[in-house]
Design a protein around this ligand. Structure first.
Ligand SMILES: N[C@@H](CCC(=O)N[C@@H](CS)C(=O)NCC(=O)O)C(=O)O
Length: 121
């Protein structure tokens, strides 16, 4: 019980500081935004709201002026089941990558950020 309260409190702190210091997305033309949407098509981020590694990925996306589809695997039990069945672990963040009819699952926040940066370069 005490651990749950501590974890909840820490999660709220993470969300608060993330909100306070959330990076401003770069100014982009509509054409540049549309290009990013196209480059990141087929990507879905499985995340938890207050997970620090997920926060890191969401902040990196904002810094890049990018966004991907997101599902909250804590609140959405069907998404949690998809993650476990597809990726093999109930661990977040995890990026579901659907390309040319193939699906793969990428764990590790640093690898996810590197993958997205490479997609946009
Ligand atoms: N090294 C990983 C750590 C991810 C991690 O520990 N995520 C936690 C949530 S904050 C988790 O899903 N833990 C469950 C598990 O490891 O099975 C990363 O950078 O993505």
């Amino acid at each position: 019980m005490a651990m749950r309260i501590i974890r909840f409190f820490l999660g709220q702190c993470i969300l608060f500081f993330n909100w306070l210091t959330f990076p401003k997305p770069p100014q982009q033309s509509a054409a540049a935004q549309a290009q990013i949407v196209e480059q990141l098509k087929g990507l879905t981020l499985y995340h938890y709201r207050a997970c620090p590694f997920c926060v890191k990925v969401r902040r990196a996306l904002a810094r890049l002026g990018a966004s991907v589809a997101m599902v909250d695997a804590k609140r959405d039990t069907a998404a949690a089941e998809q993650l476990l069945a597809g990726g093999g672990r109930l661990k977040v963040p995890c990026l579901r990558i659907e390309q040319q009819g193939e699906v793969r699952w990428l764990y590790e926040s640093d690898d996810i950020i590197a993958f997205i940066e490479a997609k946009l370069s």
